[in-house]
Structures are given as C-alpha cells and as structure tokens.
Design a protein around this ligand. Sequence first.
Ligand code: NDP
Length: 297
Amino acid sequence: MKILLLGKSGQVGWELQRSLAPLGELIALDRHVVDGLSGDLSDLDALRATIHQVQPDIIVNAAAYTAVDKAESETELANRVNGLACGVMAQEAASLGAWLVHYSTDYVFSGQGSTPWRETDAVAPVNHYGSSKLAGEQAIAASGCKHLIFRTSWVYGARGNNFAKTMLRLAKERETLSVIADQVGAPTGADLIADVTALAISQVMQNPGLAGLYHLAAGGEVSWHGYANHVIGFARANGEDLAVTAINPIGTSEYPTPARRPLNSRLSTQKLRDSFSLHLPDWQSGVTRMLMEVLNK
Ligand code: NDP
C-alpha cells in the first residue's frame, strides 16, 4: 500500500510520519519540492501532478493554513490551501480510487451553547479560517472520493509551538498572567490524532462503510484558563523555577484578536468511539506526557 502524506512537518504531520510508517510505503512531503514532487498546497497544478506521479492508495493531508488571525487578511491564500487544494486532492483520489484522509476543525461551528458538537449539527463558522476549512470539507464530500475527515480541536504536540509551551515561557517571565476563561474545549495531542488515524485507516480498509466525517478530540473539557493552571501547576510541582504568582481568568472580550473565536469548542466523539471501538483518553493524560517530554522529566 502506498501512502502520500502532505504536511509532514506540522504537529500532526510529524506524528503521522511515525504512526503511518507500519501501514505501507510512506511518501512524506512538506511544502518543498523533493525529487520532482511538490507538497505545496498553494500550487494546485504542482499538487495535481504530484498525486498523478505518486499514484497513492491513500492520501493523508495534514497540511493546512493554520494561522487563524492572519487568515482574516490572507483570505485568498487560506482559501486556496484549505479549500481549493482539498478539491484537487479529492478529485485525484476519486479518479485513482484512492482514499483521502483529512483534518478539519471545531471552528466550522458557531461556538454557541455548551453542548458538544455532533457531526450532524449545523455549521456556521465565525472566522475566515473556519470558512476555509469548511470549504475543504465540502469539496471532499462533493467529490465522491472515499474519505475520512476528522474534525479536531486545540491541537498540541511536543514538537512545534503550542499554548502549553507559551504558558510555560510566560510563567518564567511574568508574575501575573491573564488567560481566557470563557472558551471551552479539549486539548488534543497530535500523537493521539495520528494514532487514531492509523487505527481508523486499518479498519476502513476492511470495512469501507466506515468512511465519513468524525469528531476526534481527547476526553473531558477545560477552559484555556484551566489548561494554563494545569500546565503551570505541573511545571511547579516538577521543580521548574517560575516567576508567576497569579493566573487571572479573563473573558474573550478582554482579549481582542483579528479573528473571532468560538466559545464552545466541545466536540462529541461518540460516533468515532462507537464506529471504530476506540477509547479516547482524558486530555490531562496526553498533556502530562507532552509536558514531561518538554520539561525533560
Ligand atoms: P500545523 O500548523 O502544526 O501544521 C500545518 C502544516 O501545514 C505546517 O507544517 C505548514 O508548513 C503546512 N503548510 C501551510 N501552508 C502550506 C502550503 N501552502 N503547502 C504545504 N504545506 C503547508 O497544524 P496542525 O498539525 O496543528 O494541524 C493539522 C490539522 O488539524 C490541520 O488541518 C488543521 O486545520 C487542523 N486543526 C488544527 C488545530 C490546532 O489547534 N492546531 C485545531 C483544529 C484543527 P510550514 O510550517 O512550512 O508553514
């Protein structure tokens, strides 16, 4: 089995290089051209040509335009990478009879209420990043290709920048931190996403009826403020020298950003767990592992 992985150097892409390796021959690309193959999602012709050349059985797309605030001004680029490129992958997958595995976001939802979003809930993105990711989902669904789309949330990895690492850095530099307390979700490890992807691919090969859209997030829920408290508490308990003495909860309205953020990022993972007989661990266990790695414990 030949697998084409796009976005190999992102948080999820990095972990997929590990989890997909045992499934078959893995051709992993980032945005650069290597051996005549281009993984640059902004160059749609080169992307199409690359898929033609590789003739994969499975395309796994972990590349995305993920700069949420910048997407408000770089709308055309965000649309091309998150929307149009998915259309190209999906068309090529359909003509090859290949599978397409893709990732999306809870930002396709309005963020209202406090009920975990289900796959069947109405979408209503509140920012351009969310709209561009929704366009990608819709292009894949419309193509008729065999696909798995995983909507996830609040992704972190030991490699790359993430909220937890930013909190650790700020906790060393400042005595007081102010952290948003009215946005709620589940921090989800790139390693968990990659492991679930590999398990799901194995199962869907045996049972193609499992194709479709799934919500994938760690168990439980927390606000960014609660998450920061957890990270900083863990670091302190493990002997880190921190300057911070107060972590103040603030509202989203007190921290204006170019892109609006949804308040409710909760995802219901019932469909994924039932369909693939999976257990999704609580967010704390993955975050603890990542912190131990980052702090060298
Ligand atoms: P990262 O930002 O860590 O990785 C995205 C990767 O895409 C980067 O390696 C980046 O490369 C690459 N990329 C950007 N533009 C292009 C391009 N034009 N051509 C090729 N590659 C490009 O994201 P994650 O790993 O966290 O995200 C994986 C998936 O999960 C994405 O689909 C994302 O939308 C989704 N998701 C992420 C969330 C999060 O909190 N991070 C939350 C919910 C969903 P480079 O470094 O060179 O720019």
